[in-house]
Design a protein around this ligand. Structure first.
Ligand code: 13P
Length: 249
């Protein structure tokens, strides 16, 4: 197997009713662990650089590492730039070799999000690059209101219009999920998810995978989630193991 288009990985997941884990990684070790674990599970996987982490590892270095490891992997590996917030940031990611990008215009008014995402889709598709966008507000799990206030969730009618007008390849939605460690157990709005999935025809993405109970994740996958983003949990295990190893030795 080798590097694979994220859109190909997600369309297959959509067709067959499963989700692919997408991990925020940032160096040789974390990319290789994620690929190794996916090989053990015999599942495709997506390695993502959080766009703001480009200050810690140059995008070109990340892409070179990930592509080299992907091309030697036994499973399909997708390469994705996570949470870019501007046209310029996305273009820099494409220039530096990412084959899939996320434009996060979720903080913008609907029309501005449509316009920015649509412009990016046009350029990215011309260069054979896939685009994920976000509609609804996925905030911080340390703020209860960020994920319990349903006024911030993705509206299903707006999602239909957004997908149609932008031509985006996948859509990240807000259904009671948030980034980081949840201060109280999340309670995903599965009814809303079912409706969005029924009305749209693109793979759906769930951000904030850390700390969502397994049962809710399984239910969300059954109802249409095809990409599950995980960052905090991986980093916590990483730091924990460094601490243990250092204190043992
Ligand atoms: P967590 O850090 O909460 O797992 O979320 C990761 C994520 O959604 C990255 O886009």
């Amino acid at each position: 197997m080798s590097l694979e288009r994220v859109s190909v990985i997600l369309r297959e997941a959509d067709k067959r009713g499963y989700a692919v884990a997408a991990f925020n990684v940032f160096n040789y070790e974390s990319i290789s662990w994620v690929i190794e674990a996916a090989e053990e599970e015999d599942m495709p996987v997506i390695v993502m650089l959080y766009s703001a982490c480009a200050g810690f590892i140059p995008r070109t270095a990340f892409v070179a590492l990930a592509k080299d490891m992907a091309n030697r992997a036994k499973i399909p590996v997708g390469l994705h730039l996570d949470h870019s917030r501007s046209f310029e940031e996305v273009m820099a990611g494409i220039r530096d070799g990412f084959t899939s990008v996320m434009i996060d215009g979720s903080m913008l008014p609907f029309e501005d999000n449509v316009r920015l995402t649509g412009e990016i889709v046009k350029v990215a598709h011309a260069m054979d690059v896939d685009v994920e966008a976000e509609l609804g507000f996925v905030g911080h799990a340390s703020n209860l209101g960020d994920y319990t206030d349903s006024a911030r969730y993705t509206d299903s009618a707006a999602a239909v219009e957004f997908v149609e007008r932008t031509g985006v390849d996948s859509l990240a939605i807000a259904i009671g999920n948030a980034h980081g460690n949840y201060v109280a157990m999340p309670n995903l709005d599965l009814k809303r998810l079912e409706e969005i999935n029924r009305l749209t025809d693109v793979p759906l993405v769930l951000h904030g995978g850390t700390g969502i109970p397994d049962e809710q994740i399984k239910a969300a996958v059954k109802l249409g989630i095809n990409k599950l983003n995980i960052g905090t949990e991986l980093n916590q295990v990483f730091i924990q193991r460094i601490r243990e190893t250092v204190s043992e030795n």
